[in-house]
Design a protein around this ligand. Structure first.
Ligand code: NDP
Ligand code: 8X3
Length: 258
């Protein structure tokens, strides 16, 4: 664990900060006066981001754990130094799609990885962080959902099911945490060029095919939406921001130039 100190900034915890949307969000929050706890499995990536934040004079704390492992999540959170325990903003971003085939051809191990990460992992960390927010009667939780949480598409049944679950959890959490003044919302992106498709298709060259012929969203576009949600006045809770590339009409219709 490494850290440097600044003033009395708010504290944000961003899961899945080693890549893509999570990394961009941690950097943008840091530039906007948040101290950041950054998490992920890849230690080298975490340390690189931590060093980058340190060079920006941003107080940060890298925490390495696999969000699917509830004991790893709780051990990491229980060992938080006291000055990092009052988390103001939780960005539940860690997640993935694995596979793109009709349901009967899916690997069961892919289903388990998506369910364990996108649903159960989100729940493990939320339970711990939200308990502190309830005690303090303040805080904000932003769940990274997807267009796949609003529509179901072929070859993506289980990924869509996990993001539909994120939508349901967001709505129910908003009710459960309403008496405590905790804001809960989601951001729901369409196609964003990150490592998402490389992971999903298990192909290092996937992005050249998936994003050919149109301009996808960048991770920074989603970080921007999250920053907007995180910086509204106390009486304003942005419940959902649904962001698409201009070339994307729904989960399957894209205007591509060939
Ligand atoms: P990336 O693959 O670039 O980033 C995924 C992040 O999740 C990584 O930091 C990864 O860290 C982390 N992660 C994955 N599994 C685990 C795990 N078991 N434990 C801890 N961390 C984990 O993809 P994106 O940035 O695109 O994805 C971020 C979120 O955005 C996901 O929830 C995704 O479903 C969602 N999304 C993405 C869209 C897109 O088109 N890209 C569109 C809509 C939503 P590490 O590997 O180091 O553990
Ligand atoms: C990622 C976007 O269209 O692959 O959530 O579901 S999509």
């Amino acid at each position: 664990m490494s850290e440097i100190f600044s003033g009395m900034n708010k504290i944000a915890l961003v899961t899945g900060a080693t890549s893509g949307i999570g990394e961009a969000t941690a950097l943008l929050l840091a530039k906007n006066n948040f101290d950041v706890i950054i998490t992920g499995r890849r230690n080298e990536r975490l340390n690189q981001l931590s060093a980058r934040l340190k060079a920006m004079q941003v107080r940060n704390l890298p925490l390495q754990f696999d969000i699917r492992q509830k004991n790893e999540v709780s051990n990491a959170m229980l060992q938080l130094p006291p000055e990092w325990r009052q988390i103001d903003l939780l960005v539940n971003n860690a997640g993935l799609a694995a596979g793109l085939e009709p349901l009967h051809e899916n690997l069961i191990s892919d289903w388990e990885q998506m369910i364990d990460t996108n649903i159960k992992g989100l729940l493990y960390i939320t339970k711990i962080v939200a308990t502190g927010m309830v005690e303090r009667r303040s805080g904000q939780i932003i769940n990274v959902s997807s267009i796949a949480g609003k529509e179901a598409y072929g070859k993506g049944a289980v990924y869509c099911a996990t993001k539909h679950a994120v939508e349901a959890l967001t709505k129910a959490m908003r009710i459960d945490f309403n008496p405590y003044g905790i804001k809960v919302g989601s951001v729901s992106p369409g196609a964003v060029e990150t490592e998402f498709s490389i992971v999903r298709l298990k192909d290092a060259n996937a992005n050249q095919k998936v994003y050919a012929g149109y301009t996808p969203l960048k991770a920074d576009d989603i970080a921007d939406a999250i920053l907007y949600m995180a910086t509204r006045p106390a009486h304003v809770n942005i419940a959902d921001i649904f962001v698409l590339p201009t070339a994307q009409a729904n989960a399957t219709v894209f205007h591509k130039k060939h």
